[in-house]
Design a protein around this ligand. Structure first.
Ligand code: PEP
Ligand code: MN
Length: 339
């Protein structure tokens, strides 16, 4: 349920109402907008009498929220949420690019790619240390050693790091060392993992599951938020369809749809959608034009010999060319590229 307060309502009155709802066993989230405050009530609201609340002079409007997601719902929080990763802001007109190799392979590789993507305008370094692979015989990532190399690249460039968390056992390690915790497509509905990252203070990048509906995806964000971590960025990375030419089908519709349903920032990963390096640019530009708040792009200094996802990785040169176009389009969209 959402209670919209009248503009100029005194804080003491808001506090009084919050306490009243809390004694009814509800959790209350208060969003302070430019004009008015909104109280988002979560819990069993069946006993709450809308007519009675509406008679309060400070209350503008009361609405029941029929969707199963509450904290992630735009009705609870009409303004865009801005998620901060280090000193980089993502959302509400602030656009950021994260880039790097699918997998960290060596210090030389990750530091070199980090320098190149930074020079081209990326503001976060993305690299996998723990890799979810379809085959148990494929390269599984460098694990803890990979994470340490990623931190060396961070030290060399100053770029905050984004990397995938697969096991709840590594939560504390990631809380200490990682700037943005990625939950991969395959773990989007690993609810125990979502509850654990919900207890961390670091922001979370939640990728869309391989065949997840918008509601299922937002419900996964709701798990993280319900556990206390409101800093969630959603990432569209293509979904499974009947088409086999591409690795996945980029769902451009997800960008405006999710932004209507939720206040959370939405970024796009064209690399895993396309599965082909030459398709990354048109899909990236389509994502910006459709209103994405950022991009996640795989870049490798030697794609032909990459241990993972070389076929979809851009060379640093191709990435730099793409960034020139992205910058122009972000500007045209009236957004600011994080410098
Ligand atoms: C990745 O980002 O490297 C990855 C494995 O992506 P996804 O979870 O979207 O498949
Ligand atoms: Mn990859």
């Amino acid at each position: 349920m959402v209670v919209v307060m009248k503009p100029g309502t005194a804080q003491s009155e808001i506090d009084r109402l919050v306490r009243q709802f809390e004694t009814q066993g509800l959790q209350v989230g208060v969003t302070k907008g430019v004009d008015c405050s909104i109280l988002g009530l979560v819990g069993d609201t069946t006993g709450v009498d809308i007519n009675k609340i509406s008679t309060n002079d400070s209350v503008e409007r009361v609405m029941r929220v029929s969707e199963p997601y509450k904290r992630a719902n735009r009705k609870f929080h009409p303004e865009d949420t801005v998620v901060r990763v280090g000193d980089v802001s993502i959302g509400a007109g602030s656009f950021a690019v994260m880039a790097g190799p699918c997998s960290v392979e060596s210090e030389g590789q990750v530091v070199s790619v980090a320098r190149d993507v930074k020079a081209a305008g990326a503001r976060l370094l993305r690299g996998g240390a723990f890799k979810p692979r379809t085959s148990p015989y494929a390269f599984q990532g460098m694990g803890l050693e990979g994470l340490e190399l990623l931190l060396k690249a961070k030290a060399a460039t100053g770029l905050p790091v984004v990397t995938e968390l697969m096991s709840p056992h590594h939560c504390q390690l990631f809380e200490d060392k990682v700037d943005l915790i990625q939950i991969g497509a395959r773990n989007m509905q690993n609810f125990d993992l979502l509850k654990e990252v919900g207890q961390l203070s670091k922001p979370v990048l939640l990728k869309r599951g391989l065949s997840a509906s918008y509601e299922e995806w937002i419900m996964s964000a709701e798990y993280i938020m319900a556990a206390g971590n409101e800093n969630v960025i959603l990432c569209e990375r293509g979904v499974r369809t009947f088409e086999t030419y591409t690795r996945n089908t980029l769902d451009v519709s997800a960008i405006p749809a999710i932004k209507r349903m939720s206040h959370l920032p939405v970024i796009v990963d064209p690399s895993h959608a396309a599965g082909k390096y030459w398709m990354v640019e048109p899909l990236a530009l389509a994502a910006v034009a459709a209103g994405a708040d950022g991009l996640l792009i795989e870049v490798h200094n030697d794609p032909e010999n990459a241990l993972c996802d070389g076929q979809q990785s851009l060379t640093p040169q191709r990435f730099e060319n793409l960034m020139g176009k992205v910058r122009a389009l972000v500007d045209l969209m009236g957004k600011k590229m994080v410098q």
